[in-house]
Design a protein around this ligand. Sequence first.
Ligand code: ADP
Ligand code: MG
Length: 342
Amino acid sequence: MSGLVIRNLCVTYGSGDRSVPAVRGVDVDVLPGATVGVAGESGCGKSTVALAVLRLLPRTAQITGQLQIEDEDVLTMRWGRLRAVRWAGASIVFQGAMHSLNPVHRVGDQIAEPILLHASPPGGAGSTRTRVDTLLEQVGLARQHARSYPHELSGGQRQRVMIAMALACDPRIIVADEPTTALDVMIQAQILRLLGRLVREHGIGLMMISHDLSVLAHTCDRLMVMYAGRVVEEGPAQEVFRAPRHPYSVGLRAAFPTIGDPGARRRPHGLPGDPPDPAALPTGCSFRPRCDVSEGRCATVDPVLWPVPDVHTGPRAAACVRVLSPTPEPEHGNVVEETDTL
Ligand code: ADP
Ligand code: MG
């Protein structure tokens, strides 16, 4: 299958004598032209998945599982091939464009660099300049900006430059790791719409990472929610957002105000506590200590991702015992009887 295929990906960081299982058995498919969102709070393993796609993890990380881009096995690929794949196969857009751009080089030269190094067939200086102009135009920047230095651009413009660089060598996959987190809400929406449009037009598969479920629901076809190194819910993006089934997705949705819903900011919601330290996971379900609907069985059962029953609109799955076999609600009559006897 072409596009990005990830199967049973596990990443464990060795940190001193501690071993940190940051990603524990993740499966992802990103077909050409499809957009897949990955949501979850900080520390849930999202960036680790993103870095694994291009084998950018530190040496201390142990990776197992399967990872293919356009049917090529990334984990066993030779170094020379990997360098080519990093631009032409898959490219990555990081958060905080200011830090990824070189402050002393003009942005046009920075966009041209991967084209000169990796584009095939290689063109001359003239064709590279034309390509840079085209890319700037595609991301909505005037071609004069090729001569600008990063500090002369706004945050949104710099992030557009990053997107132009990611598109430079016609990749089949783009991984965007919190690409707009540092930007204000209006600019965020513009950049995400732009990214969504460009990948659709070019038939690129997009894996978009964010801690904000509503941002992903508005830009992606499918949505995956990660918690403690695993996918705990997945399905069609709008539907997972509208009616999340895993208690963690419910909390995550409530924790962020919905774009365009002014009332949401005033509603006191939240997700108490933090995700667990991957080196000291609770027994049973990892979300249990923060879950307000947990039951006795959640202390011993570590639920796997399983198809959600009674869904007719597209495949959905969740990793929660309550979703799969709900506990019957106590009958109303019994409650009344009890109060009567007091
Ligand atoms: P996210 O992007 O969802 O915030 P990360 O993938 O960055 O999550 O991190 C997942 C977990 O792995 C966290 O507990 C983090 O502390 C740990 N981690 C990340 N990088 C390293 C590293 N180089 N060495 C040890 N632990 C790490
Ligand atoms: Mg991250």
